[in-house]
Design a protein around this ligand. Structure first.
Ligand code: DX5
Ligand code: ZN
Length: 236
């Protein structure tokens, strides 16, 4: 049984989560503060190792650099590990201030053991899968996971086109999710796709380009929140 954490309610809330992959890498802190001023609380942190995906991004030091600011204002850091055997790094990320740690079913030998390691480190364990991996690959893992992340693009890059099959995959993931688990959608989430994701069962909407690559990221964030609210969600 997974130990409940004191501050984990955010995982099941409706939230638009800016992905700092699309931020200015020279100004993570400032760009996080800008979005918090606009109302954002949970930030999505994409870690890539150049092995599980062809790209390298950053490591736990980036989590450490923004965690103080995010936590001081009641926010959370949701780490998405696009890394081979990500459990090797769980304790580094927990110490750096990560609140959840989501790993790919394709990237680890024993996803149950990997989630145990994540949980023992003090983070919410999450699981995810690539777009062409059948949802059934998560049937058993979903008993233990507190975050089910639906990749709606191939992992590795921001700014890709939303995969329409996500509309079929999200309801399947929601059906597998525990009542205390979140369902997150990640990739190509924007004004033309976010409401469909809400209707298909997601409660956390991760968006990189649709926020940070816009002229006014704060306003872009608020417009996405407004769309989800207008569709019927109770969202702060
Ligand atoms: C892709 C990452 C996503 C990415 C989404 O590998 O997992 O989190 O930041 O970026 P956009 O919103 O630009 O598709
Ligand atoms: Zn991601």
């Amino acid at each position: 049984m997974i130990r409940p954490m004191a501050n984990d309610a955010w995982i099941t809330e409706f939230q638009v989560c800016p992905s700092i992959l699309a931020a200015d890498f020279g100004a993570f802190r400032e760009q996080v503060i800008e979005l918090m001023d606009a109302g954002a609380r949970t930030f999505h942190v994409d870690v890539m190792d150049g092995h599980f995906v062809p790209v390298i991004t950053f490591g736990h030091e980036v989590v450490e650099a923004i965690a103080g600011e995010v936590h001081a204002r009641g926010g959370a850091l949701a780490v998405h590990m696009m890394v081979q055997e990500p459990e090797r790094f769980a304790s580094d990320y927990a110490k750096a201030g990560a609140d959840s740690f989501t790993i790919h079913v394709e990237a680890t030998r024993d996803i149950h053991r990997a989630m145990q390691i994540v949980e023992e480190a003090g983070m919410i364990p999450g699981v995810t899968l690539n777009p062409a991996t059948p949802v059934a690959a998560l049937t058993e893992a979903a008993r233990y996971a507190r975050n089910l992340l639906c990749m709606s693009v191939s992992p590795g890059w921001g700014g890709q086109k939303f995969i329409t099959a996500t509309a079929d995959r999200l309801p399947q993931l929601r059906a597998l999710a525990r009542p205390d688990a979140g369902v997150e959608v990640d990739g190509g989430v924007a004004a033309d796709t976010i409401v469909g994701c809400y209707e298909a069962g997601a409660n956390r909407f991760t968006a990189g380009s649709a926020i940070y690559k816009q002229k006014n990221p704060g306003e872009a964030y608020q417009a996405l929140v407004e769309q989800v609210r207008a569709a019927g969600a109770s969202i702060a």
